[in-house]
Design a protein around this ligand. Structure first.
Ligand code: NAP
Length: 535
């Protein structure tokens, strides 16, 4: 966990980091600035090993003074440790004189000293076991950084490091999307067995690399104190790593799940799936995988996963804009698909078992359940008219699901040609957007983004177009009670919220992957704020 300023005092910050579960604390001296405060801290009693880092501006740090001074400072402070010293590979390789200086404070060759023999055991908490005797030698972390991208040849970059077991090799690259994150993890999995290694993807797309570092035996992963004090983009607060992503329970056998979409940062799926696995004692972790919108990026991501069984992937939720891409990718491989997925032409759930992919559409399953629950008529009676508002991805699932369930299905969409095309494909009717108020439906399935936060005062249908006793199924889930749902309740309609729908589709996903249900009501409690959300 990095300390990046001297406010509050360093020992207070170190105590906070330790209380939050940090095993090692990184002193970012280039960002702290106040060298006297660092010296005072290093001279005082310390409970947790430190990583000493004076990062140069050339590698994304804040040190813009002369390099000689920087090395002299590292040398001076390094003598006050034991712990770790992080030096850029380019700096290390610059001169023999410099390496000699680093040799005074850190083990460079051969085996690690007894006090620091943790190279073979490549888990971060091993660093905790280090005695904090004075003037013991440090271990050297040699690092390379790319603050713009992930190198196309990660192995080539990492192969430039000298291969001494005393050294820890660190690569920190900006991951632009989930494909970069996968490449980083593949390289980590390969290298960490031979050499103490840290490989991190910076940025939002690198979150999975920070969490799966533990599964693949990285020497350590980095966390920020909180969401405001990250020293590299994408660092997570320890409460998020340990709470939401269950860092402490991850091991080499942990199964990997996640959500693929663009963007995915807002998704509630990690919250419910991780909590469900924790409650059921499943050794798994569910992570965000942002993948750029085009089919080529999606196919590259999926092909990489298909070729990398060592990553331990078991399942993916698929969200906007990849549901149809997932259908195409599976179709091109002749993979198994459920009937709802085939009918919708879209897949929101991917499962991988014994090398076999399968596609499902739990949006459609959840919608079918919601329509069945809407008891507008006697048992077995079909609703006379279902009105679907919208013609996007979720509307397509609604139409494919509702078409066999209604005597009459009507589609209305702002762009009328899209409604007409879907009506032709699914053998139903479309009406002009302006005529949506004249349909008198028993069931409305609201599939536009109207009413979504922040434009939550909007509604796709005026209240007087709703029949009392009809059913309104909303797909928008933020806010949970949209303007349409409020109007519908006031008109005496039965209502199904987008949150109910989200919960139902997530529960079906969980059952597909785990072969068991999550604890009853857990997902609803988490989403309604009635259960404490792991952070
Ligand atoms: P999408 O493919 O982008 O479709 C958006 C739809 O909204 C289109 O039909 C679009 O009409 C219409 N629309 C957008 N702005 C409009 C406006 N100002 N006036 C009238 N119509 C407008 O999105 P999607 O994937 O179908 O998702 C739609 C909504 O469902 C989102 O709010 C999403 O969060 C929600 N959703 C919920 C769940 C769940 O589990 N609860 C699952 C998936 C989606 P045009 O064709 O004219 O552009």
């Amino acid at each position: 966990m990095p300390i990046i300023s001297n406010r509050p005092p360093l020992d207070e910050q170190a105590a906070r980091a330790r209380a939050a579960g940090a095993n090692v604390i990184e002193l970012r001296v280039d960002l702290i600035g106040n060298i006297t405060a660092v010296e005072r801290f290093l001279n005082g009693p310390r409970m947790t090993p430190c990583i000493l880092t004076v990062r140069s501006a050339a590698e994304g740090g804040a040190w813009d003074g002369p390099d000689d001074e920087r090395i002299a400072l590292i040398e001076r402070l390094g003598l006050l440790m034991p712990g770790y010293v992080d030096v850029e590979l380019v700096t290390f390789q610059r001169s023999a004189n410099l390496r000699q200086k680093l040799g005074l404070i850190a083990e460079l060759n051969g085996g690690a000293s007894a006090a620091h023999a943790i190279g073979a055991r490549s888990k971060a908490e091993n660093a905790l076991a280090e005695p904090t005797t004075r003037r013991a030698r440090n271990r050297l972390i040699l690092s390379v950084h790319d603050v713009h991208a992930t190198p196309s040849d990660i192995a080539g970059v990492m192969n430039r490091f000298p291969g001494s077991p005393a050294l820890i090799h660190k690569g920190s690259f900006v991951a632009r999307d989930g494909c970069d994150a996968l490449r980083i993890l593949i390289e980590l999995e390969r290298r960490a067995r031979q050499q103490p290694t840290i490989l991190i993807g910076m940025g939002e797309a690198g979150v999975a690399t920070r969490i799966l570092a533990r599964k693949f035996g990285a020497f350590l992963s980095f966390a920020a104190f909180d969401n405001e004090s990250e020293s590299a983009p994408g660092q997570l607060a320890p409460a998020t790593m340990r709470g939401l992503y269950r860092w402490d329970s991850i091991d080499g056998h942990t199964a990997v799940y996640g959500i693929v979409g663009w963007p995915v940062g807002h998704s509630k799926s990690p919250l419910v799936h991780n909590a469900g696995m924790a409650a059921n004692g499943v050794n798994g972790v569910y992570l965000p995988w942002p993948v750029a919108p085009d089919y080529e990026a999606f196919a590259r991501f999926m092909d990489t996963l298909a070729d990398s069984p060592q990553l331990g992937l078991r399942g993916l939720s698929v969200t906007i804009p990849h549901k149809e891409n997932a259908f195409r990718w599976l179709s091109e491989r002749g993979a198994n698909m459920s009937e709802p997925a085939r009918r919708c032409g879209a897949v929101n759930t991917l499962s991988l078992s014994d090398g076999q992919w399968r596609g499902d559409n739990t949006d459609a399953q959840a919608l079918a359940e919601m329509i069945a629950l809407a008891s507008w008529a006697g048992p077995g009676e079909k609703p006379r008219t279902i009105l679907v508002l919208g013609s996007g991805g979720i509307a397509r699932a609604a139409i494919a699901t509702a078409q066999p369930l209604a005597e009459r299905l009507v589609i209305a969409n702002r762009t009328e040609s899209r409604a007409a095309a879907l009506a032709a494909e699914f053998a139903c009717e479309s009406v002009a957007w302006s005529a949506r108020t004249d349909v008198s439906p028993d069931v409305v399935i609201q599939c536009t983004s109207l009413g979504m936060h922040p434009r939550s005062d909007e509604s796709p249908l005026p209240p007087d177009a709703l029949l009392p006793n009809s059913t309104v199924i909303e797909t928008v889930y933020a806010p949970p009670r949209t303007r349409l749902l409020q109007d519908a309740a006031a008109r005496g309609c039965r209502t199904v919220s987008g949150v109910d729908l989200f919960i139902a589709q997530a529960e079906r996903q969980f059952e597909l992957w785990q072969g068991q249900s999550p604890p009853q009501g857990l997902f609803a409690q988490l989403l309604n704020g009635q259960a404490p959300a792991p952070r």
